[in-house]
Design a protein around this ligand. Structure first.
Ligand SMILES: NC(=O)c1ccc[n+]([C@@H]2O[C@H](COP(=O)([O-])OP(=O)(O)OC[C@H]3O[C@@H](n4cnc5c(N)ncnc54)[C@H](O)[C@@H]3O)[C@@H](O)[C@H]2O)c1
Ligand SMILES: [Zn+2]
Length: 346
């Protein structure tokens, strides 16, 4: 099958490659419609590795996908050909201890699209377990369907934050993950999100998406803004979604006594945290690794209109132009949030 293949660091090609074709009893075959380009795809392209995951042989990229079911395995009851769907890209071993505990995202044996050595989904057809395939509401487009994967990260962060109605949250970073985390936090009950970044165009876009107050930390003092909004008390929640060491280290400062920090961003190198500053506030700290059990909730929020991801889709490329799409994503202009590839024209 034809696919966008990362041959090695810095080298992409669109070519034929052997991919699974057999539809197992619990699988569905999906005609891929749209695939979003994620920071991790770009990182593998530029550097050939993320931490311990190293691209050692050619690998198909892409993990943020939507499409149409074209065939179902004989044991599949809840899907039929023609269903418009999106897919969770990480498939755990269902018998693993992590899966049995419900923390299937933490299964050490999880097979995640476009994480070496597992092929991704930038190819016209994929075979996928039906259990990790989710119907799109009628009013959710394929392009929005391919945004469910990043939204799921924000949803998982919102769940871990144990939001109480009316909470004020800070979200650090206005990239795709910071913005979807903000939208999930508002949908989850936050009265307002104060979002930070150093790139003004991203903040300007974020400010149009709901009760979101932008703060450019290159020019404005975050704690000063929070003091004004909370009479000096501090933010109930701080979501760190930039991965920037300076932001991670500033997270405790914006927090109220007894508040909660959710670390979403993954810094490239280890970062130290001021334990005394955290202890003085009895701050709770949560971390997230991808997501579990949130796709149906994300889709419900999109279907009801509570979360609209259309404004985040900045550019769409044809599958034929996938390499150009990756070149664009490497040098993404600051007013762009998400680039997508349309694999099969609508
Ligand atoms: N935990 C998980 O499961 C998970 C999943 C996906 C992504 N991530 C991580 O989330 C982070 C964000 O992902 P993304 O795709 O949105 O990345 P991104 O690079 O597009 O966005 C990061 C944003 O942070 C901004 N930033 C830089 N320094 C800052 C500072 N000091 N204060 C505030 N903002 C600052 C950047 O300008 C950028 O807009 C990354 O670290 C990524 O690895 C984690
Ligand atoms: Zn992604």
């Amino acid at each position: 099958m034809e696919a966008l293949v990362l041959e090695r660091k810095g080298e992409l090609s669109i070519r034929e490659i052997n991919l699974p074709t057999e539809v197992g009893p619990h699988d569905v075959k999906i005609k891929i419609q749209t695939v979003g380009i994620c920071g991790s795809d770009v990182h593998y392209y530029e550097y050939g590795a993320i931490g311990p995951f190293v691209v050692k042989e050619p690998m198909v990229l892409g993990h943020e996908a939507s499409g149409t079911v074209v065939e179902v395995g004989h044991a599949v009851k809840h899907h039929k050909p023609g269903d418009r769907v999106c897919m969770e890209p990480g498939i755990p071993d269902p018998n693993s201890r992590a899966s049995r505990l419900g923390i299937y995202n933490l299964d050490p044996a999880v097979r995640f699209w476009a994480t070496p050595p597992i092929h991704g989904c930038l190819t016209p057809y994929v075979i996928h377990p039906a259990a990790y395939t989710f119907k799109l509401p009628d009013n959710v487009s394929f392009a929005e369907g391919a945004m469910v994967e990043p939204l799921a990260v924000g949803m998982h962060a919102a769940v871990k934050a144990k939001i109480k109605p009316g909470d004020l949250a800070v979200v650090m970073g206005a990239g795709p993950i910071g913005i979807v985390t903000s939208l999930a936090a508002i949908a989850g009950g936050c009265s307002q999100v104060v979002i930070t970044d150093v790139q003004q165009p991203k903040l300007d876009l974020a400010a149009t998406l709901g009760p979101i107050r932008p703060v450019n930390v290159a020019k404005e003092n975050l704690r000063g803004v929070i003091d004004e909004l909370t009479d000096g008390w501090g933010a109930d929640l701080v979501f760190e979604a930039s991965g920037a060491p300076a932001a991670i280290q500033a997270a405790p400062e914006a927090l109220c006594p007894g508040g909660r920090i959710v670390l979403v961003g993954l810094p490239i190198r280890p970062v130290s945290l001021d334990i005394v500053a955290l202890s003085a506030k009895e701050a709770s700290i949560e971390t997230v690794f991808r997501y579990a059990h949130v796709y149906p909730r994300a889709l419900a929020l999109m279907g009801s209109g509570k979360i609209d991801l259309k404004p985040l889709i900045s550019r769409t490329f044809d599958f034929r132009d996938s390499i150009e799409a990756f070149e664009f994503a490497v040098k993404m202009p600051p007013d762009c949030i998400k680039a997508q590839i349309q694999v099969i024209s609508a």
